[in-house]
Write a protein that binds this ligand. Structure first.
Ligand SMILES: NC(=O)c1ccc[n+]([C@@H]2O[C@H](COP(=O)([O-])OP(=O)(O)OC[C@H]3O[C@@H](n4cnc5c(N)ncnc54)[C@H](OP(=O)(O)O)[C@@H]3O)[C@@H](O)[C@H]2O)c1
Length: 326
């Protein structure tokens, strides 16, 4: 089969398309013929061994992915496709089922086929989604769901989502609404209309206004894009409020520090845990029109380097899809 592979950590040019052996499903696995995947920030960070986050984080990243070279040569975690083969004990799926999901740190979806355990994060596609839409459902939403749960965001609370136009941000706005919170969303000028259409009660253009100066206070501030800080936003939190972080080793230290000191807390809990039930929830939300994956661009597999370069600009709106189907 054709797959996008890399043998060294580095810039997008380390990626290339190669013929590799098609995987064979184990007893409890299905073989999925992939129609669409995404290129996301997890792919970018892993491919460059998190070097932009400093030596310590980069060393940790290599411990997970392979010290000298990547152990898993094929990136990509999100997928949507069809079940074309199954192991002897698989009962949840039949051949021809249209499925979607997320392989997480096992990666392997930038390829024509991948194997997934039936008990892993895989389920049938929402009936109203295309392969490209289904592939873009999980990454931002899993991250956002995890943060909102860790922050105990619920009915009647006020939340500010900073960086509301990225993969995590667009999902965060919709999921915070679903949980019953009142959402103020902060993004750049070109994304104001989109973010409003996702259900934000109020939108703020960060190029024109600093939300920390308008005197409003929130139960939670969700920094969905890692471009803000607890220190800068603290005065906009109500007493007992939480700052939800998606990035940054510093936030991990602040998580532990604020557990003991001060009444405003940073919550940055690792590792995130995503389960099949989260996938089922997202499927239901898509089918009932409560959640829609935002897709910025879609590239054929052959243009994976261009796709990766675009994701690296940190300016994508929502998600970038990779079209794989043979
Ligand atoms: N997605 C993952 O799998 C993953 C995994 C690990 C860590 N993370 C971390 O989580 C964070 C978000 O990831 P993501 O995939 O959601 O990001 P993303 O989709 O790449 O975010 C891009 C968005 O960020 C906005 N943005 C850029 N600069 C900004 C600024 N200064 N202030 C506010 N918004 C700004 C841009 O919108 P505007 O044009 O509206 O500014 C753009 O729409 C990142 O720090 C990433 O490293 C993500």
């Amino acid at each position: 089969m054709k797959a996008v592979v890399y043998d060294h950590y580095g810039p997008p040019d380390v990626l290339r398309i190669e013929e590799v052996a098609r995987p064979t499903p184990k007893d409890d696995e299905v073989l999925v013929k992939i129609h669409a995947a995404t290129v996301n920030r997890l792919d970018v960070h892993t491919r460059e061994a998190n070097r932009k986050s400093g030596l310590f984080v980069s060393a940790l990243s290599r411990l997970v992915s392979g010290v000298r070279a990547p152990r898993q040569r094929i990136l990509g975690s999100e997928f949507a496709g069809e079940v074309v083969e199954k192991g002897a004990t698989v009962t949840d799926f039949k051949l021809g089922d249209r499925v979607f999901g997320n392989t997480g740190l096992r990666f392997g979806t930038h390829a024509e086929f991948t194997c997934v355990r039936q008990s892993a994060r895989i389920t049938s596609m929402p009936t109203n989604a295309s392969f490209e839409q289904a592939a873009a459902i999980t990454d931002g939403a899993f991250n956002a769901l995890w943060c909102l749960r860790v922050g105990n965001v619920n009915q009647g609370q006020t939340i500010l989502v900073y960086g509301a136009s990225g993969a995590i941000g667009t999902a965060g706005v919709q999921l915070a609404r679903y949980l019953g919170a009142r959402v103020t969303a902060v993004c750049g000028t070109k994304n104001l209309e989109l973010v409003k259409s996702l259900g934000a009660d109020r939108v703020i253009d960060y190029t024109k206004e600093d939300f920390t100066k308008d005197g409003k206070r929130y139960d939670a501030i969700f920094d969905a894009v890692g471009k803000n800080t607890f220190e800068h936003t603290k005065s906009s939190l109500k007493p007992g409020g939480v700052y939800l972080a998606t990035d940054g080793f510093r936030n991990l230290l602040l998580h532990f520090w604020t557990q003991r000191f001060g009444d405003k807390k940073v919550r940055f809990q690792l590792p995130p845990v995503y389960a099949q039930r989260d996938l089922l929830l997202l499927k239901e939300l898509v089918e009932t029109g409560k959640f829609k994956p935002v897709i910025d661009r879609s590239y054929p597999m052959e243009q994976v380097i261009d796709a990766a370069r675009y994701v690296e600009t940190e300016q994508k709106t929502g998600n970038v899809v990779l079209r794989i189907s043979a």
